[in-house]
Design a protein around this ligand. Structure first.
Ligand code: NDP
Length: 419
């Protein structure tokens, strides 16, 4: 029925590709295109013979808009799924516009070089005006709204788990459970253990930048920023047990804050073990998280990129990670004049994911919603001209697809709230 061009072939992409190949009725044909084409060919070899989906591969540098536009025009897919890095969001959106094809991704834009003076000027103005200082924000991609609208194309942003499913949970809560939502707490718990003293579950550069940034949350439409890791809570997660979690800045707060202005407070918490935090603090203190190039023995290196080369590849953690993730949202508000609170969440088992697709649960919980988002767009269930996040469409078909494709969820009334 549909042809999908998938850009990137890392941890998340490999799950999205496997799930597209399980869903051959929708994805009749896919092309895997990435910087290192040998990874695309290895995926094709692994999956061919197990699926009816026809798999093609290509080498592409997605920073090169001209080359990417040519690839999209030559292959003529129904949509492009960007599961490369947030650095490529804008160039891939440009190429989709030039080729006249819908666009889907899992993470909002951030620049690779945060010292770029042109970007920095806009960033510093945004920090002052909005009040949060994370390197990533939606303004860059929301600025494409008119161009996608005029071209009659859809851009679906952030269809991973968080952001992605968490915002679909918010739309679902609003549609079925509340007349008014007052607070949203997004809780991301990884109870998995990979046995390494320190490793990240998705791209280390992106992950460490996110976690090392100051935390922030939205209250009454305004951002409140706090020092990194300075708000800590303990929560007892179904399927995992008690874990410490920390308030972080996260991109869905920005989209939900814009699209559901009636919500009075939106926060995001993520669990971290002590070993992770100790390593991260130490790496930050010695400058290893810096994105500013330094000269080492006559060669220019970027410390965080060098660190990435030393750390385990997240795609290799699958066989050794045991335990479960629990990601979801607690909503409070009013229904029929009475106070109500619900918790919608998914529990996912690292080893079950590994058995099914050869990946750990973080890649799985991102790659499955990436496939579902692409399915929503190519089947026309979520198709409007413009730029959208996942809270802006009917949540019901997406929620149904989560149950069908490996991320079943549950709704609990009167959960323990986070103070
Ligand atoms: P990886 O680093 O494992 O994979 C990234 C892939 O993109 C690699 O195959 C890489 O190629 C490729 N790539 C990088 N630069 C280019 C380029 N210029 N042109 C073409 N291909 C390129 O990352 P992950 O799989 O861990 O993460 C993928 C995305 O998922 C990220 O945007 C991340 O932020 C997002 N994410 C979203 C989550 C959510 O819940 N919403 C959660 C986790 C991740 P090469 O093999 O050559 O390095």
């Amino acid at each position: 029925m549909a042809k999908l061009l998938i850009i990137g072939c890392g941890g998340v992409a490999q799950v999205a590709i496997s799930k597209c190949c399980q869903n051959s009725d929708v994805f009749e044909e896919i092309m895997i295109a990435s910087r290192t084409v040998s990874k695309c060919e290895a995926m094709k070899e692994k999956l061919e013979g197990t699926t009816k989906t026809i798999i093609k591969t290509a080498q592409i540098d997605a920073d090169d808009v001209e080359a990417l536009t040519k690839l999209i025009k030559d292959y003529a897919p129904d949509a492009v799924l960007n599961v490369a890095l947030p650095y490529q969001d804008l160039t891939i959106m440009d190429a989709c516009l030039a080729a006249g094809v819908d666009y889907i991704d899992t993470a909002n834009y951030e620049p690779e070089d945060t010292d770029d003076p042109q970007w920095r000027e806009i960033y510093e103005k945004r920090c002052k005006e909005l009040g949060f200082s994370a390197y990533f924000d939606y303004s860059w991609q929301w600025a494409y709204e008119d161009r996608f609208k005029d071209a009659g194309l859809t851009a679906l942003l952030g269809t991973g788990f968080d952001p992605g499913v968490t915002s679909v949970f918010a739309a679902y809560a609003k549609k079925h459970y509340f007349d008014e939502i007052h607070t949203i707490d997004i809780l991301d718990c990884n109870g998995g253990d990979h046995g390494y003293p320190f490793a990240t579950n998705f791209n280390p550069e992106i992950n460490l930048r996110e976690v090392a940034a100051p935390g922030s949350y939205m209250e009454n439409g305004k951002w409140i920023e706090i020092p990194a890791m300075s708000i800590k809570r303990e929560y007892d997660f179904d399927g995992v047990g008690k874990k410490d979690m920390y308030l972080l800045h996260h991109e869905e707060i920005e989209a939900l804050g814009r699209n559901m202005p009636e919500v009075k407070r939106i926060r995001f918490f993520m669990t971290f073990g002590q070993s992770y935090l100790t390593h991260m603090n130490c790496l930050e203190n010695v400058g290893m998280l810096s994105t500013t190039p330094i000269n080492f023995n006559g060669q220019e290196i970027v410390p965080i990129q060098f660190l990435k080369a030393l750390l385990p590849d997240p795609a290799s953690l699958g066989p050794r990670t045991v335990g479960k993730t629990n990601i979801g949202c607690i909503f409070t508000g009013i229904k029929d004049g009475k106070e109500r609170s619900i918790y919608i969440y998914n529990v996912c088992d690292h080893q079950e994911c590994y058995k099914e697709v050869g990946s750990q649960a973080i890649s799985y919980t991102t790659g499955v919603p990436a496939m579902i988002g692409a399915m929503m767009v190519v089947t026309g269930q979520w198709k409007n001209p413009g730029v959208f996040t996942t809270d802006e469409f009917d949540p019901d078909p997406y929620m149904e697809a989560l149950n069908k494709w490996g991320l079943p969820w549950q709704v609990v009334e009167n959960p323990v709230l986070v103070d």
